[in-house]
Design a protein around this ligand. Structure first.
Ligand SMILES: NC(=O)c1ccc[n+]([C@@H]2O[C@H](COP(=O)([O-])OP(=O)(O)OC[C@H]3O[C@@H](n4cnc5c(N)ncnc54)[C@H](OP(=O)(O)O)[C@@H]3O)[C@@H](O)[C@H]2O)c1
Length: 269
């Protein structure tokens, strides 16, 4: 019998967003979650929110029903070996690390460890995230469904059969907020050149991103049809679209995504 419902190893930005999301959705209470950080300052901040805290990862691994691995991929080599030496009933392991494979985790934790890999993104902090999930052979369909339910409370989810798909999806959700922020930033900088205040530019462009996404999600028109509806012949939008075409916008986006995915495979080595 485990003492805690949920544990987090590496309670940083993502780990806290997920645990707070789960608490907010009523899946468990803060005192039913045990969080581990190395820094005393972070532990004190989490304790002030009502969570149980520790500086010992093995305590999280042995005392929690489900354990979220939320350290950076580069920190896995420092974290996994000690967990692999823990005795007793194994927890359900959920990893959100980009690129860290089942093979790497199973080599340290044992192939009989149930592991769900999840690729989340930061908008889940607002309940508007997109998370993709895949399970290993040891994890059951019920365990996958339970973890999916957790992430469903924070946005939309998709399940994949093949592990490699968690690398292939990264540019389109996990990393995508950064690409969208870059586009927003470029628009705001351009607007400043035309005398538009930053706050006004940001508000009008963000609302336009939300509205345009909603138009796309209605699903009754393709992106090409929606573009064409905005581009009147001889009009203003078309002049701008010609620049995107001349500068090979689609090729730039494809290269950006390819590089992002390649890095996920590199991190997994
Ligand atoms: N940020 C994103 O948009 C995003 C999207 C998808 C997936 N992810 C994945 O989410 C994971 C976390 O990213 P993040 O942005 O949340 O990073 P983060 O804020 O740096 O959080 C990582 C936490 O791990 C703790 N930590 C480091 N080494 C530790 C150890 N040996 N034992 C216990 N805790 C340790 C750090 O705190 P202390 O230094 O106090 O220990 C830190 O708070 C990464 O694997 C990343 O690939 C992130």
């Amino acid at each position: 019998m485990k003492k805690y419902r949920f544990g987090v190893i590496g309670a940083g930005n993502m780990g806290m967003a997920i645990v707070r999301g789960a608490v907010g959705a009523g899946l468990f209470a803060p005192e039913q979650a045990l969080l581990c950080n190395r820094s005393a300052q972070k532990r004190a901040a989490h304790a002030a929110e009502g969570y149980a805290v520790t500086d010992d990862n093995t305590q999280v691994y042995t005392q929690c029903e489900t354990v979220l691995l939320a350290v950076k991929p580069q920190n896995f080599d420092a974290v996994l070996p000690a967990l692999g030496l823990c005795g007793g009933e194994k927890p359900l392991v959920v990893s959100i690390a980009a690129g860290v494979s089942f093979a790497k985790m199973e080599a340290a934790l044992g192939a009989d460890t149930a592991i769900i890999r999840v690729m989340p993104n930061t908008p889940l902090m607002l309940g508007a995230g997109a998370a993709q999930l895949v399970k290993n052979a040891a994890a059951s369909a019920e365990q996958l469904a339970a973890v999916r339910t957790l992430f469903d409370t924070m946005g939309v989810t998709a399940v994949f059969e093949e592990e490699r798909m968690l690398n292939e999806v990264i540019p389109y959700a996990g990393s995508a907020p950064a690409y969208l922020y870059a586009f927003a930033d470029a628009m705001v900088q351009s607007a400043a050149q035309h005398g538009i205040a930053e706050a006004d530019a940001l508000s009008m462009f963000c609302q336009t991103m939300i509205g345009s996404a909603q138009m796309l999600l209605r699903g009754d028109k393709t992106p090409a049809e929606l573009i064409s509806a905005v581009c009147s012949p001889g009009g203003t939008t078309l002049e701008g679209m010609k620049v995107l075409e001349d500068r090979k916008f689609y090729e730039i986006v494809a290269e950006m995504c390819d590089k992002c995915i390649a890095r996920a495979y590199e991190l997994g080595k």
